[in-house]
Design a binder for this molecule. Structure first.
Ligand code: GRF
Length: 216
């Protein structure tokens, strides 16, 4: 099987990017990261990409103040590198029409709550904690023009304890993010995701003799 060409967009720490790179290094994904795009030149994620020898595109907020210009630059780099799947791994911008159209139904995002709860904001972990939930978690979903509302691919739940603060709950959720996001990339690479309405079905691993099937 040829390896899926993945572009990853980042803005910060890059631990989810690292989880994907590590899974690839361990031989667990039939995928390669062909580009890391960042809207912050000084993001730790950029350093992680460079360490791993991955091509980097920078569309820095300070230099390119219009979101459309930044995303146009990132889109061009993704095209040049032949990305087939786009992964948002802590990318703090809403995607504009150009990226959405180009990667229609081929964009994954990781969000630190059990969507649709606590979507749409930048402080999902804090919001869940302040709301008093007893269970939280993370969601990998397909990205649409409706922020954090695209079809859900995978979710993992974690308990919330009385003694939790934002940092301890975020750390417990992050552990699951690092498992879930590479898993979603691999399911995509194996063409095992089928979209029915807004439900994403996970198809069983195909037998070698099976004919091709309708997937995203
Ligand atoms: C994660 O909590 C992710 O769910 C959210 O942004 C954070 C990114 O963390 N979308 P990192 O940059 O991958 O470490």
């Amino acid at each position: 099987m040829s390896r899926l060409r993945v572009g990853v967009l980042v803005s910060g720490r890059g631990s989810n990017l690292q989880a994907i790179l590590d899974a690839i290094a361990r031989g667990e994904l039939s995928a390669e990261v062909v580009l890391v795009g960042s809207n912050r030149a000084d993001a730790m994620a950029v350093e992680r990409a460079r360490q791993a020898g991955v091509a980097v595109a920078i569309a820095d907020r300070a230099e390119l103040t219009r979101r459309a210009d930044r995303q146009a630059r990132l889109l061009q780099a993704l095209e040049e590198r032949g990305a087939e799947l786009l992964v948002l791994a802590g990318f703090d911008e809403i995607l504009g029409q150009a990226l959405l159209e180009r990667f229609n139904a081929r964009i994954l995002n990781i969000h630190p709550s059990l969507l649709p709860a606590f979507g749409g904001g930048m402080h999902a972990v804090r919001d869940a904690l302040e709301h008093g939930v007893k269970v939280s978690g993370c969601t990998v979903h397909l990205v649409t023009s409706h922020v954090d509302q695209g079809p859900i691919v995978l979710q993992a739940a974690v308990p919330v304890y009385d003694e939790d603060d934002e940092a301890s709950l975020a750390a417990r959720i992050l552990e699951q993010e690092h498992r879930l996001l590479p898993q979603a990339v691999q399911l995509f690479a194996e063409r095992r995701l089928a979209l029915e309405g807004r439900r994403v079905r996970i198809l069983p691993a195909p037998a070698l003799s099976q004919p091709p099937r309708q997937t995203i």
